[in-house]
Design a protein around this ligand. Sequence first.
Ligand SMILES: [Fe+2]
Length: 320
Amino acid sequence: MRLATDKRRLQEAENASVAVKSLSGEVSRSPEELANIVSLFASSDGWMDKVRLRAEQRWYERLYHGPDYDIWVISWLPGQSTGFHDHGASSGAFVVATGILEERRPGERTRVIHPGKPRAFGPDYAHDVRNGSLAPAISIHAYSPPLTDMNEYELDGSRLVPRDRASGKAETIDHKWRVQQPKPLDQTGALSIEQVLSAARARLRRLSPDEAQGAMVKTEAILVDIRSEGQRAMEGGIAGALVVERNVLEWRFDPASSARLPVATDHDLQVIVFCSEGYTSSLAAIALQDLGLCRATDMIGGFQAWRAMGLPIVPPSKAS
Ligand SMILES: [Fe+2]
């Protein structure tokens, strides 16, 4: 059903535009048509579940490859960027589907790009696109003719200088641009826990214990202790922290859950999760973000870091 919807959307985009045939017989789309195509595609369903987030570099995938244009989806974790590049002879357009991106051009002010309004450009257009925000972003891109050549540049003052690496053909794009995927442990494609943890933390603005304490005092942030009863009894606790063990965390904070806590009324709640050492808490915070609690994060170093900094604790015998 989803694929059918996608095809219908693409057909609508096809119908809404008129392809131009060049003297060489190559059919191409104008930047305005590509802007229409990315907007229609972004509003369709069936592509979001193909998106992956990768901590090492941007992740991207070509989802459609037709004779006259192609469509790509790119995910951007905070700080990830393209560097200056052009798109060879291709015109292009892109639209932010979620999150916020920034576009830099030589001699121009940085443009902040929010979801909704596509950017479109003709051949030989060069720019640097980055995620300068604290949250992941996803964008949809279309190129016509389909992307085959790209060139990378360094910014020298206000002008772009080609990098040493010359442009490559289509197959080298995969080497130059394709994300270095984390190496799977085996043929199943499974990731290690270190890779999963690294990806999770790339999505978080983690707080030090004193920052967490400050947030709890100065704002309505909730410090949540997800340790087991045994750990709390052995290590002690933090006064004012809400104890919600890991195995029920999502059910207690999802505003739509019938088992939610009274305080979990909306997705804007700032939840600061901590565990014993700050590992499990990162994965737990991401689980809350995936439920829509976009301000959820965790405390670096967990309870042990809090205690090591000399911040007040509840002695072990009284903490559970
Ligand atoms: Fe680009």
